[in-house]
Ligand binder design. Sequence first.
Ligand code: ADP
Length: 489
Amino acid sequence: MKQTKIKLRWQIFAFVLIFAGMVIFIFCFFQIFMLDYFYRQNKINSAGDVVDEAISILKEDANYSVKLNELARNTDCSIYIINTDKTKQQYNQVYSGPTDYYNLICNNIDTINTNTTKDKFYITFRYPIQSQLYQGPLMDKKNIKLSDDADIICCRFITTSNTSDKFLLVVDSYLTPLEPVVETMEEQLLVISLIVLVLSILVALIISEIISKPIKIMTNDANELAKGRRDIVFNGSGYSEIYELNSALNYAVNELNKTDTLQKELLANISHDLKTPLTLISGYAEMMKDIKDEITPENLSVIVDEANRLNVLVNDLLNLSRLQSKTATFNMTNFDLNNLIKSIVDREQAFHQKDGVSINFLCNNELNIYADEHKMEQVIYNFITNAINYSKEDKRIVIEEENIDNFIRVKIIDHGIGIKEEDLNVVWNRYYRVDKTHQRSTKGTGLGLAIVKEILEYHGFKYGVESIYEKGSTFYFDIPIVNNESVNK
Ligand code: ADP
């Protein structure tokens, strides 16, 4: 995969710059292109408010002229009241604003339709100058049209408090030309853009420094670790993610150190276990080569035994490595586990009878399971041989099956040396021996329970051990009852 090798600093700079560009663009768009629109909307709303206020003054106050003038002054509008009686054709009572403008409106009104049965009132103007003045419903605040670029004019028909005559209320709100404002803003925005650019560079530099500094330190530490320094402690600082990374990496270093130790121990154990039989084999062979009388069946059997032992050890190692690397093949079939246990018990019983070992299997039922028969044989064989190997005077071994909830627990019980509580969980580790001096065990290879663990885990069978030190141990595994197969019939 192709990696992007752009430095963090430049990536942050690019993001900050894009962000600043977007902000400036939005700002420019609203300030330059939308300013006119927002300004007009604002004026239209306020012209509508002035109309509402003017109407309430006209309705409540008989002497409304003073108040209307004051309202016009305060809101920077011109307010006109025009008599709409077409027969009189009188336009009077101007309250505010230039007279010529008032005249302009009055003289240009062409028709005034006062048909109140409809809720819409129309006025039209004679000349195009005011043709936009009003064309549409007059009853609410929204009924406002722009006369031309200069003004916003809002009209509404009203009746005043002291007469039932209809009047036309005209509110003319002046628009300030925006071109000079926009020009000033354009110049300002240019300067602002330059400032933002410089600030973006500064912010990018600061952020990248804050983010990348601890990463740089930790990368150096990681390189040292890769070179083999195992005493590295990651202690980058700055922000919470770095502290989390610190603890994750320190945990990894710890685990790496543990694995290193285990690997060394494993190598030492394997070498030890391989070396001892090899030394014996070569020693006895040399002796028999030099002294012909020493070629005795006993000496030869030492060589054969040790060669067998080597064979078992190498086989166990191969087995375990296949199981752990998940390359072992499992041949799953349905078979009767109790039948299998019986055959192993018979075999082992016959073999160890002379040593006073008694193995009792108390179950006569069928227990059909779906598993790899050969591998399950290895499991049971391992449990039984361990039970025999770690027995003292009392060599009674019992195999029991217990029905617990939804599984059947197969238990291999001995009355041997037992296991201390602190060792109960670790006996399943490869090469773990309760005897820490790694004395040469005459029987086991130290890999048996590690192989058992892998096999049972593959099948999904839970397993465990209960033990009382110096009294005996019970190793067990559970066969789940998922269908009629795994039921004690
Ligand atoms: P080994 O070849 O040493 O027996 P295992 O993996 O089979 O290797 O067992 C690991 C260790 O667990 C043994 O060395 C022994 O200390 C302990 N152990 C296993 N089975 C028993 C048992 N039935 N009673 C007491 N200790 C046991």
